[in-house]
Design a protein around this ligand. Structure first.
Ligand code: HEC
Ligand code: HEC
Length: 319
């Protein structure tokens, strides 16, 4: 057995085989995520994998998905390099844990379900119909990135096995729970010094860099709109190319960004009418969130006190 394969097997079984990466002063532990496969599969399967890759990179413009996306993001905006990254948000290993039980839907979710659900939240759009070409292609691509790795089913949550315990990172919870207006002010400072040069002072992004808030970004049902998840992700990924924030700074900047306007989430608005949407594998048909509720639950934070104003109403920006 080659060294790489042996390491990856151990990594998946969750044995402590992680190491601290020596990138800058990175405050995170990297699990041993193997390399993505070097070659596409042959024939029709290979074509499908490549189509899926194109959709993940260009979700917003690919003819099969552009009408399903409601903002200016692509999957690759968060699953960096189309999920070929080894940082949190990687798709290498993701297919290993599916089908997996999801508390959110209260059903066992397939990889296609999981992928399709991202359209409603992170992409603020419509859930694709299951088994359409786009849905099959994305699942083929994500599955290919785990080629050769052993299955690792998860009865508790539908998450990549390499990052099960890091997404979200529970070490951050005490910092979030005790947050005050000071964290927000500090978050604004970090944003302006470390983020705004790319994402814009108003979080609006531009042609090259994706928006972080407003109607063109993720909505309040997205993982990124939850402070703990955003901070966990930021630790590994931002500032792009030099992710070196401390845990406290990652939390503060996430508090600042998630306290800006993001569209309200109402699950029913992201599903096609029953007659068109095909089978929806979920027992939960109603779910709502807004900026205020995301701070209140589970953190017990009052958005007005955190911001120090009353600018966020019960509902925030609604495009
Ligand atoms: C705004 C950022 C963002 C965008 C855009 C986004 N995702 Fe995600 N994605 C996340 C976060 C955060 C999670 C983890 C969420 C959680 O655990 O609740 C996640 C989890 C997933 C997972 C679960 C597997 C894993 O590795 O844990 C899949 C599959 C996935 N996304 C696919 C997609 C696809 C396909 C798209 C494009 C249609 C997409 N995502 C767009 C942020 C994003
Ligand atoms: C050098 C430019 C650059 C800097 C600086 C930067 N980002 Fe990003 N960020 C990007 C790019 C580019 C992407 C999308 C990745 C892609 O498409 O490959 C991104 C994606 C994101 C996303 C997910 C997509 C979205 O729009 O919601 C978040 C959240 C984010 N950045 C937060 C931050 C935060 C917080 C900081 C500061 C700590 C920061 N970024 C600094 C370039 C940058």
């Amino acid at each position: 057995m080659g060294k790489r394969l042996r390491l990856s097997l151990l990594g998946i079984t969750g044995i402590v085989l992680s190491c601290s990466f020596a990138v800058g002063s990175l405050a995170v532990t990297y699990p041993k995520v193997p390399n993505p496969p070097a070659k596409y599969p042959a024939g029709e399967l290979g074509k499908m994998v490549k189509l899926g890759e194109n959709i993940i990179m260009h979700t917003n413009t690919n003819p099969l998905t552009k009408n399903l996306v409601g903002n200016k993001l692509n999957c690759t905006s968060c699953h960096i390099n189309g999920g070929r990254t080894k940082a949190l948000g990687t798709f290498i290993g993701t297919a290993l844990s599916f089908p997996a039980y999801s508390k959110r839907e209260k059903t066992v979710q397939t990889l296609q379900d999981r992928i399709n659900n991202c359209f409603m939240r992170s992409m603020d759009g419509k859930r694709p119909v299951i088994d359409t070409k786009a849905s099959v292609a994305m699942a083929a691509y994500v599955t290919w990135l785990s080629e050769g790795l052993p299955i690792k089913m998860n009865p508790k949550k539908p998450v990549n096995p390499y990052y099960t315990n890091l997404w979200p990172n529970k070490k951050l919870n005490p910092i979030i729970k005790s947050a005050t207006h000071k964290n927000y002010v500090r978050g604004k400072e970090i944003y302006e010094n470390r983020c705004a040069s790319c994402h814009g002072t108003g979080g609006q992004g531009n042609r090259q860099f994706p928006p972080l808030w407003g109607k063109n970004s993720y909505n309040t049902g997205a993982g990124m709109s939850k402070i703990g998840k955003m901070a966990s992700w930021v630790l590994y990924n931002m500032p792009l190319g030099n992710p070196n924030l401390s845990e406290k700074d990652a939390v503060d900047v996430s508090i600042y960004v998630d306290a800006q306007p993001h569209s309200d989430f109402d699950l029913t608005k992201h599903l096609f009418p029953r007659s068109e949407m095909g089978y929806y594998n979920s027992k939960v048909l109603h779910e709502r969130h807004n900026v205020r509720s995301n701070f209140a639950k589970p953190w017990g934070l009052d958005i007005d006190k955190i911001r120090g104003d009353h600018k966020i109403k019960g509902s925030s920006i609604n495009p």
